[in-house]
Design a protein around this ligand. Sequence first.
Ligand SMILES: [Cu+2]
Length: 114
Amino acid sequence: MKNFIIMILAILSMAFTNKEKPSTAKFKVFGNCPQCKERIDGILEVKGVKSAEWNVDTKVMEVVYMADKITIEKIHELIASVGHDTEKVKAPDQVYLKLPDCCMYRDNDNTHHD
Ligand SMILES: [Cu+2]
């Protein structure tokens, strides 16, 4: 009986330590201005993303997410879906071309990444 209880406790503690911890990812997202920031950070207000903070100056996105709820690929796709290129995923032209003029980062030599 004592062994049985120890076994149950061992299984329980394993179950708890196996709980997913948040992952942090840092990658480049292309954009220009505070309006871009709102758009980029806003699209990541989804289940599985704990926090998302894009830096307008460095263009670096720092995202904290739960890898069991959302994949990093999906995060890149979400950002691209609102018109912003990431390191991995290019935004569709038809979405990009609808961005306000101030957000047209592909025309800006400073942020051009080709
Ligand atoms: Cu903008």
